[in-house]
Design a protein around this ligand. Structure first.
Ligand SMILES: C[S@@+](CC[C@H](N)C(=O)[O-])C[C@H]1O[C@@H](n2cnc3c(N)ncnc32)[C@H](O)[C@@H]1O
Length: 269
């Protein structure tokens, strides 16, 4: 059962509501990945971005590759619980598929603040036991942590891998992204992992200009520098190669892109 978001302060114009017809980050991303769950308004923005940077369709798959790599890294290190924050419309391989290739008993919770995304996740992902989907807004991290604990979905006394893939840049500075990450960090057991991918302010200025067309919608972004993103990982050991374009996490020979998506992985000591 998908419940509503109750905090009026977060019920702003950027919070998606079912069938509101507004530009929507999950659906723009779905279109870029080749999915079918998107509207004309989302495809229009995607095409505007693609006209400036056709390689965006490749970049989104590099970003998915980074997600996969981060899950494998944590699972190989013995982590058995995974929380995918801002999980988006399902696209295979999803987190539980990757984690369960390594550990078939891995528990996975998909969290998103878009009720339509959560409905997709519930319909498509949560058949196997130990896989759940939950409505939650990362701008209210304590609510998510409380729900995960109260519903016994996650045991925070054991290591957990948290994914914040392509989501923190939707949290504006005045919504305190560093505090969001810190709230999860403080609850995590030693040996836990955090993976972040985040749009870079070093992207081509023309791309950054196109992105201003998303303002006042759920797709509004605040791209940040590598130094700002590294600060989000305070309290974690930053793994090599550090805060770098996601393709550098995958292979040395992948091409650069005009929109730069930075990836970083930390381990809680
Ligand atoms: C660009 S998609 C990325 C999806 C997925 N993480 C991936 O990398 O393929 C961003 C997702 O983050 C979600 N999102 C944005 N802001 C959020 C917030 N404050 N709380 C929870 N989810 C959020 C959107 O609804 C959307 O599904």
């Amino acid at each position: 059962m998908v419940e509503g978001i109750e905090d009026p302060a977060l019920e702003n114009e950027r919070t998606p509501r079912p069938f509101d017809g507004q530009l929507n980050s999950a659906r723009v991303y779905d279109y870029l990945l080749g999915g079918k769950d998107n509207l004309e308004i989302d495809r229009g923005m995607a095409h505007e971005m693609l006209s400036r940077a056709p390689e965006l369709k490749t970049l989104v798959w590099f970003a998915r590759g980074f997600l996969r790599k981060s899950i494998e890294l944590a699972a190989d290190a013995g982590v058995r619980q995974f929380i995918d924050l801002g999980s988006g419309i399902p696209i295979s391989p999803n987190v539980h598929e990757v984690a369960r290739e390594i550990e078939p008993s891995a528990r996975v919770v998909y969290v998103d603040y878009d009720p339509v995304v959560v409905a997709h996740c519930e319909a498509l992902l949560t058949k196997p036991s130990g896989v759940a989907a939950m409505l939650g807004d990362i701008r209210r991290p304590q609510d998510i942590i409380d729900q995960l604990s109260d519903r016994a979905l996650i045991d925070f006394d054991e290591p957990v891998a948290i994914s914040l893939i392509g989501v923190l840049h939707y949290v504006m500075d005045h919504e305190h992204p560093a505090e969001v990450v810190a709230a999860f960090r403080d609850r995590l057991a030693p040996g836990s992992y955090l993976a972040i991918s985040h749009g870079s302010s070093d992207s081509d200025p023309e791309i950054l200009r196109v992105l201003t067309g998303t303002d006042n919608s759920s797709a509004q972004v605040d791209f940040r520098s590598a130094a700002q993103i590294e600060k989000f990982l305070a309290g974690f050991e930053l793994l090599e190669p550090g805060v770098v374009p996601v393709q550098e996490w995958l292979r040395p020979d992948l091409p650069e892109t005009r929109m730069v998506m930075l990836g970083a992985i930390g381990r809680k000591p």
